[in-house]
Each structure stands twice: as structure tokens, then as C-alpha cells.
Write a protein that binds this ligand. Sequence first.
Ligand code: ATP
Ligand code: MG
Length: 988
Amino acid sequence: MSNIRNLLENSSLLSGVSNDAISALCRRAELVELSVGKPFQRSGQLAPGPALVLQGRLRRIYQQPGSPPLSLGSVEANDWVGWASVVRGEPDLTLIASQITVLLLVPFSDAIEALRADQSLQQALAMPLFEETAVLLLQELERRGRAVAEPRQLIEELFGHWSLADPAADPSHGAIELLSGPRPASAMPIGALLNPQIRADLPLQVNGLSTRIICLPEERLADALGDFQPTKNNANALALRPEQLPVLLDRPGGESAEAHGFHRPEAEATAFATGATSRVEQALACISHLAKSRQLAFSADLVRRNLEDVEQRLGALKLPQVGLQLEAMGFDTRPMRARPWDLTRLEPPALIDLDGAFVMLLVAAGGSGVLIGDPRVGLQRWSVKQLEERLPNGVELLVIREGRTSRLKNETFGLGWFLPAFLRYPGLLSMTLITAFISQLLSAVFPLGVLAVIDQVISRNNISLLAPLTAVLVVAAIAAGITSAMRALVSADLSDRVDVRLGSTVVEHLMRLPLPYFEQRQVGVILFNVNQLYEIRKFIVDQLLGVGLDVIFALLFLVVLLAISPTLTLIVVGVAPILMIINIIASPVLIRLIKQSNGFAASASAFLYEVVSGIRTVKSQNFEVEARWQWLERYRKYTNTRFRLSQLASLIGETARLVSNLADVLLISLGAVLILANKLTIGALFAVKILSSQVVGPLLRLSSLWQGIQEMRIAVACLGDVMLAIPEVGEEDLQALPMPPIQGLVRFEEVSFRYGQRGPLILDQIDLVIQPGQFVGLVGLSGSGKSTLVQMIDRLYKPKNGRISIDGYDIEKLQIAGLRRRIGYVPQDSLLFEGTVLDNIRLNSPDASIEAVMEAARTAAAHDFILNLDNGYATRLGEKGSGLSGGQRQRVCLARTVLQDPSLLILDEATSALDAETERIVCTNLARRFTNITVLFITHRLTTLRNADRILFMNKGRICEDGSHDQLINQSGSYATLYRQQVQDGNV
Ligand code: ATP
Ligand code: MG
């Protein structure tokens, strides 16, 4: 006993621990001997208790279901193992004896009791433990989609930089904070990335143990990752062969977490058997399944409230709304309709609206059926036949992809960005390569066939060989036809899929860019940049893939050449450096010309786009001829550079051809000399000639590829202008608070704003509180900053200083999609889109019933005029709503926002084109319809606002008068003067 006590006291970990604790630990401690290969603990289970290694060595192994095990170094004599299990209540790494190992094992229950009771022991363990940093780092990397080749090295390098954060203190800045354990009763997954909100909800203690938050400076991680080569699958890199793990799966050992009072995550099978009967609960079960599988922290309460809120407003919760919630959490979703057969071929996961309940498609097993997680009953397997019986008409579903949840903040962008999109389709990619390979092989058959006919048939007068040779050539011709047709089809299929995948990524990114990005660029230029995507893809499929094969074949032919005649091969090979030099000399000019030509092309198309979209103004200002000239000037510049580019390209091409022709001449003459000297046969010269063209051909193509590569680099840079721009919401938005239902208390605290970096302050230290339910008029001279002020509430611009909050929530901390859904903002220049009037009103509430649409239209005083249109609500409008008058358009826009049923309504001169009487009717309708809702109403017609609860008068970025109509009139300030002027002018 005293021996055991000595051992414990002398271990450095326990050096500062009280005697009581040591006694508690020694009480039932025992020596355990493990033979080689025996596990001390297995992944998925807690350790049997903390143990001090006295002799021998244990190997640490990280094991994930479905991946090969990873070795993470070993635990040597005098080290402790198993404490991580005790303090976290989480299973961690597998530990296996790699030598005969003797341990001093403290039973789990003794250890946890001592830990709960003794502060000095808690202190001793208040530091990050190797096992927990290893597991959590690997999970974090996986969550970021970053796998590293040498995780062990990375884990060891970073180990010293982790620290334990106090859950009661403020979060540290610039550091990632991960929940290490013990698992709280809420749905929070272990390893969850914590943000201040989620962190504040964490209990300080769970199961009598302090909650452990471990943190690592983000910078450290970024630095360390920079040094490591990402690989596709980390598990492959340091994989152990199964025979190295003899008894890993031998027998289960360790402790059960529940037995010690810890919460366990629900297994997937039970996660779905929640008995959820309401649609909100079903949706929530599916969402939490997805969040758990991606280790996304989310607040179930807030999501539930959001969903309930939507259900209440729209009368029913449908797939698209659940999709919006998922999008807000960072997933990409795509609605579609699938027949039973399609279901079995879908890439899961997908959310299905099945028999009035939300269920998840978990596994699609091709022809043999699907596995569905049903929140009402649990997991269910359905065969194709069952699917066909139950769903003869197919089902509506949402395909769910990781989207932003899987993307890194600092994505790099280059040609390498495209490769994963191709690698996702290994079947099609290899088919493209195989067909290209066969085509290449067949292309060698013809010259050889011709050679054989000359050599064997003609010169030897051997007619009997002609028939088989002809047969071979015919078969080769047919095969060549078939393979090249197949190649065309397969590469078109591959291109389509890649286009859809990359296109959707690019457009998704584009849509997430902030308003200033678009204000700083012409639409035409943005479109030009986006379209470069297709140019790049075309280049990769048409040229890059082919050239790779060409080069391989060229090398192959080179070997044959070398075998036939080393001297002649030298001439063939000698062409390469000359071609290379030509390309290197020409490339700076080439790059300059390509850049110029791209710039001119973008400017010409942007100008044309602007002219065509403003054709009404162009015509009425009689600007057509001038516009054509201006366009022509830009277009000429483009064609001129393009011409110079072609000149240069053909100069390079022709020089290259000249060099190769000269080499040919040299080859033939030298060949002749060799033949005369009896060092070469005539047949061999023929073979050399044919083969050399197979070698030089690819070299020549490589040189034209050079231009392609330069164009590509520039195209990639153009696309990079889109892809490298920082979206208005980043990763942090995923962790942000989903928008809770709001009352409408808007508060500006010392908000200042200017467009761009310099320039005057457009909003100057605005302090403003708008009470819930108030109808507030916002007036002021043109350019005084009214539109800017209200756009800040919608987060279209970010304040330079100060803070804006709604119901006390800082809007910067709310999820942007939720915020904009709750705020109904009708901009000064709101747009209608091509489609029917009904489509336009239902733009952001596609499920709204026709009654709700009509009700909204009535509120916006639009119902009557819509009924008078040719086809009523089904009347088709042109682009930008052409076919309606300005005032009619405004009312349709207004109806659209009313239908959205916002919790805060902002109208920025949304009724400016209406006559005074209609404007007043709209205003009264709105005030009646939105009695309890905060309304901000901007107008220049002051009489409309006589009944507003409050009027704000803005001047030069400040609110200089504030009060009801009567109060402001009594103040006799600018408002009163302006009002009197308008009344006198008869502008009533
Ligand atoms: P109006 O009654 O004419 O609509 P307003 O009060 O709504 O005027 P804002 O649109 O807020 O005025 O504009 C305030 C100031 O900000 C103006 O001086 C304008 O020149 C400037 N401004 C507006 N939009 C931008 C922008 N996108 N970039 C740069 N400056 C802008
Ligand atoms: Mg304005």
C-alpha cells in the first residue's frame, strides 16, 4: 500500500495534490499487466480509470467508424493515461500495449469521486490533456474539411498552445474554443465550436465536474496548417495495417459513461425515434440530426421558435421554409421532385415531405432501396417496390449539401479549386481518359497499317496479306469512330455536371457578396467574370486532360525511338528546348495582350448591357447613335488587341512549325546518311519519321497550350474577383443567433456611416429609439441620409461606428437571412421581375394562398387595378415589371412586402409615384393592418404623415427634429416651414 502511495505521490501530475486525494486514489488502486496487443481502452468507451504507466508502452490509436485507424504516438513509462476519460466523461483514443506493460490502475469511480471532492486534484488536471486536444483537433479539422497528412506531428506541435478556458469568464478573442466535456444535457455536441452566445448557455458544471473548454489561438492553427500538405483523406496517410492491431477488437473493456452519471449522445437509430408528431418537432429532429452529423452547434429552442413562428404565419410548415432555416444554418439546399427510382439513386442526405411528415433520407442503396430516418418511428428500410407502392406519384424533397458548413474561411482560389469538382465524378473522369487513351492508340494504327501495306504487301507483292490488313484497318476505323463518339458524350456529361456544381457554388458566392461589391462594379463586368468559369472548365476538359495523355504517349514513343536510333532521337528531342525558348520569350507580351483584350471585352459588353437595360432613356434622350459609337470604340479596341493576339499566336505557331520542319529535313538527310552507311534500314527510317511526328505533335500542341494556359491564368484571376471577395456573412453567421420573433424596438446608438473610406459622414452619430408598434415618418431634404439610415437596419451597409439593435439584439449578431425575412423593406427603386403579377407578389412567400395575396393587394390599394388588367392576377409582366405604370408597380411591390407579413416594416418612398389621395389610403391601410408593428415611412409628401405617431426630420446626416406633427408645427422649425410650403403649393 505504501508502495502504491509512493508511486502516486512521486508522479509529477499529482505532486501538488492533497494527501486526502492521494489516499482516495490509492484505496483500491491495483497493478495491471497487459500483454502485447491487449487494449487498455478502446475508442467508443471510457477508460477503466486513470492509470500510471510503470513499465512498457501503450500505443495511441485514433479510430473513426469507416476509416482505417491512425497512430498517434505512444504513452511511455511514468505517463498517466485515462484522466481524459474521467474529466470529460467522453471516450477518447484507443490505447493498446505495444510491449508488456504494467500499469497502476485507479478505478474510474474512485477517480471521479476524488476529483469531485478535492480541489487540489481539480487544479492538477486543469490543463489540456494530450488525448482531448488530439481528438478535438482531429474533429475540428474534419469539420473544416481540412485533412492533414501527418496529424500526429500537427497534434504534437500544437499541444503546447492549447489552454483551458474558464467557462465563467469572457471568451478569448482570436481563439477557437471547443467544448471538451462533460456533455451537457442540452443537444450541444462535444467538440462544438463555441461562440459567445452558445458559451453563455453552457452550464459551469456537469455531473459534478467543471465544464472544460479548450482553446487554441486561431493564428497558431492557421500557421501550423500552412506548413502541412492537405491530403484528401487523412485516414489513409498514416494508416496502420489491420495485422498491426491484433486484439483491437478482441473484447470490449472500459466503463460505461451512463454508469458514472454522464450524458451520452443518442445513437442514430434512436435519434429518429422521438415520437415527434407535430411538423415542427419533426423538422427539428431532422435539423438536429444534420447539425449533429456536421458537429454544428445550434440552439434547438431558437430554431423551434422560428419554425413555429413560420407555421403560425403561413398556416403550415412546408419544405421550402425548413430549407430556408437550413440555409441560414449554412447548408446548401435544392428542392426537387423525385420518383421512387430517383430516390434510391440520390446522394443523401435529403429531407422528404412524406405522408405529411418530415423524414430524412439517410442511405440510398441504388436498386435495393433506401434507409429513412422517420422522427415518428425511427429508422426504416424501404425496398424500391415498397417505395413504388407507397409513392406512385413521387415526393417533394430537399437535397441537402454541406455548403458553407464545409468550407474554410480562407479558401485559396486557383486552378486547383476546380479539380475537386472533377474528382467528384471518378467514373466519368476515368471514362474520359480511357476513351482518349484508346483514341490515341488507334491513331497510331493507321500510319503503322499504311507502313505495313507498303512494306509487306506492295514491296513483297504479297496480296494475301491485304485482306487481313484491310480488315484490321476497317475495325480500327469503326472502333475509332465509336470511341470518339463516346469520348464526346462522356466529356459533355462530365462538363455539364461540373458546370452545374461549380456554377452553383459561384452564383451562391456571388449572391452572398455585400451590396458595396455590386455598387463598385458594372453588371456587365461581373457577368463577364462569372462567365470565365465556363471558359476555364472548357480548357480543362478539352485541352488539359488531352495534353496529359499526349505527353505520356510522346514519352512512350520516345523510348521506342531511342531503341531504333539514338542519333535520330537526339534531333527529335532537340526541338523541345527551342520551342520552350520561343514560348518563354513571347509569354510576357502574350499575357499583356490577353489581359488587355479581356479588359476591353468586359468594358464593351458592360456598356452594351447598360445601354440595352436603359433603352427607354437612351431612346428618349436620342442617345442611340452616340451609344453605338461609344460601343464601337470599345469593341474596336477589343478586336484590335484580339487581332494582335492572333498575330502573335500564329507567329509563335509558325516559328514552332518551321523549327519542326527543319528538324524533319535534318532527320531525313541524316537518316539517308545512316542508311548509306548501313547503320539504318529504310523501314526503320519510315518508323522514325512516323513516330517522331507523334512526339513532336504533342510538343507543338504544348506550345499552343501555353497560350491557353496564360488565358486561363487570367480567366482564373477574373473569376477570383468574385470568389475572393468577402461575403457579407461569413462562417460566423452560422454561429450567430437565429432571428427570434421580435416586437420591433429599434435602437441606434451613436451610429455613424460614410460610403467608402473617405468622404463626408452621411450619418453622424445618430442616437434613436423607436418604440415597438410606432408608426414613424422619416422626412428630410433629398440627400439627407434617410435611405442610408433605413438600409442599415436591414444590414445592407455596416455602420462605421456605433451599434444598431432590434429588441436589444445587436443586429450584427443575428443571422442575416432571418433578419431580412423579418424586416419588410421596400426600397426606393424596388423592382418587379418577369412573370405574372401573382408570381411577383408571391416572390418571397411562394406558398401563400390566393386569398392572402388578394388581402395584401387590398392593403396596398392594388387589388382593384389588378382586377382591371387583362388577365387579373395572371397578367404577365415584362422585364422589370414593364406593362404597369410607375405607381402600379410600386403598389405591387408594396403588396409583396405586406404578404411577407414582416415584424418591422420600412417603406422608403414606396408610395412616391402615387397620387396624394391613394398614398393616404395606402398609409391608412398600412397603419390599420400593422397596428402592433413598427413602421418606418419615408416620404417627401409631409401631409401624408399628419397622423403618424412620430415624425423624424433629417438634415445632413442628423435627426434635427423629432415629435408628432402638432409638436413639430409648434416648434416652427424646418419641418413646419416645409409643411407650410407644401400646403401653400397645394401639394396635398
Ligand atoms: P432622397 O430623399 O433623395 O432619397 P436620402 O435622404 O434618401 O435622399 P441617401 O440616399 O441616404 O439620401 O443619400 C445620402 C447621401 O449619400 C447622398 O449625398 C448621396 O450622394 C450619398 N450616397 C447614397 N448612396 C451612395 C452610394 N451607394 N455610394 C456613395 N454615396 C452614396
Ligand atoms: Mg432616399
